[in-house]
Write a protein that binds this ligand. Structure first.
Ligand SMILES: [Zn+2]
Length: 400
């Protein structure tokens, strides 16, 4: 057999004519107008769009389906008063965390990962709270799920000190333990600390772990309605100092919407120098990073689901087309060119932010693909329905 899978009558984003796509040993080995139908499985795309599978740049996977447990107070604090109460929201969301237990977290995680498979979301940067209340329960659950789902969904597990380092004594040592257990990425949330000095120390100590264990970094930055917050700048400087260009991801950065133009432009310059990509989640808060301006400046930007039914957001199903649909409204991106950018932000751009190599529909690219039931990007975002087929590592993993 020439191919494991052959997709025929495929529309791609690059070419007007329909093509055939040959897949062998987890790679795309041919893209031609006509390929000999010599494959173990033949998929007829029926003229619909075939693209890279979806990449989810940010998900609090340990918290999924906890909205009822956590109650509504946190969600209200996070969203009211122009995000001025975001810190109080996070404090209220922590109230129930002593109940964290792998016995109920893992089934919730599986539920979300099954939805990810359904919607063709094959890569997730998954955050797990690590602190004295949640302890290592979240991270242990995500590490188990990472193994269980490795042939369907790549989980990049982030050891994340959600409640701070200086204000949460014990969290720093627990982060070390989470890394030792096998977490892939070092997290951080410096803006939550009470003083500038503590914010800087938070950035420095998490970056020191990244260096010691040779790990990438993902931090939630300036996720609050405060134009004075400067933690993205701190992380840029630290990334340059440690030579970590291309291995650092900034999440949220919602205060960016409030920055003066001059400061924003300086920050863009620093982000480029630091090789930092950004993940935005405009549907989970009333402010958002300046996505279009960042893309125009040549910075990699992706979208994330952020939350699924938790203390911060009551909906969500790992459907990245739905996230692009929401972002289209919230970021006012509705031209055809904008839709192409949105689609990049849930596929190739998000992959670039997360350091996923070869996530591209090309000969030699990874065979992580979706065969949609829509003919183009416009209709895919409009209807945001589940793909007809999901292919991961060259294998059809479509939920039947
Ligand atoms: Zn988040």
């Amino acid at each position: 057999m020439s191919y494991d899978i052959l997709i025929k009558n495929a529309k791609t984003r690059k070419c007007e004519e329909l093509v055939s796509i040959g897949i062998k040993d987890g790679k795309i080995t041919a893209i031609e107008k006509d390929l000999k139908e010599d494959a173990r499985q033949i998929i007829d795309a029926k003229g619909n769009l075939v693209t890279e599978s979806f990449v989810n740049g940010h998900l609090h996977l340990d918290k999924v389906y906890t909205f009822v447990m956590a109650g509504e107070t946190a969600l209200k604090e996070y969203n009211d008063n122009g995000m001025g109460g975001a810190m109080t929201g996070i404090e209220r969301a922590a109230d129930f965390k002593s109940a964290y237990d792998e016995s109920w977290i893992l089934p919730n995680v599986r539920k979300a990962c099954d939805l990810a498979v359904k919607y063709g979301n094959t890569h997730i940067r998954a955050f797990a709270d690590v602190d004295t209340k949640a302890r290592l329960e979240g991270v242990k659950s995500l590490l188990k799920a990472r193994e269980e789902y490795k042939d369907r969904v790549e989980l990049q597990v982030v050891a994340f000190p959600q409640d701070g380092i200086a204000r949460e004594p014990g969290a720093k040592e627990l982060i070390r333990q989470a890394i030792e257990l096998g977490a892939d990425v070092v997290g951080g949330i410096p803006w939550i600390e009470f003083s500038r000095e503590d914010e800087q120390d938070h950035v420095d100590s998490m970056c020191a772990y990244a260096k010691e264990y040779d790990k990438p970094i993902s931090m939630l930055l300036d996720d609050v309605g405060d134009a004075e917050e400067r933690t993205l700048e701190m992380l840029c400087k630290q990334s340059i100092a440690m030579g970590w260009q291309g291995r650092v991801t900034a999440q949220h950065c919602r205060a960016m919407e409030l920055y003066p133009e001059n400061y924003f432009r300086k920050l863009v310059g620093l982000m480029k120098k630091a090789g930092i990509g950004l993940i935005s989640d405009p549907h989970t808060g009333p402010l958002a990073a300046r996505v279009k301006d960042l893309l125009a400046a040549g910075i990699h930007v992706g979208l994330g689901q952020d939350d699924i039914q938790d203390a911060y957001y009551p909906y969500g199903e790992c459907n990245m087309l739905q996230i692009a649909f929401l972002a289209s409204h919230l970021l006012r991106m509705m031209t055809f060119d904008d839709m192409e950018l949105l689609y990049d932000m849930i596929t190739t751009e998000a992959a670039a932010v997360l350091g996923i190599e070869n996530h591209e529909l090309k000969v030699g690219g990874n065979a992580d693909l979706v065969v949609l039931d829509q003919p183009d990007v416009y209709h895919a975002i409009w209807y945001h329905t589940a793909p007809a087929y999901v292919i991961r590592k060259g294998v059809d993993i479509t939920l039947k």
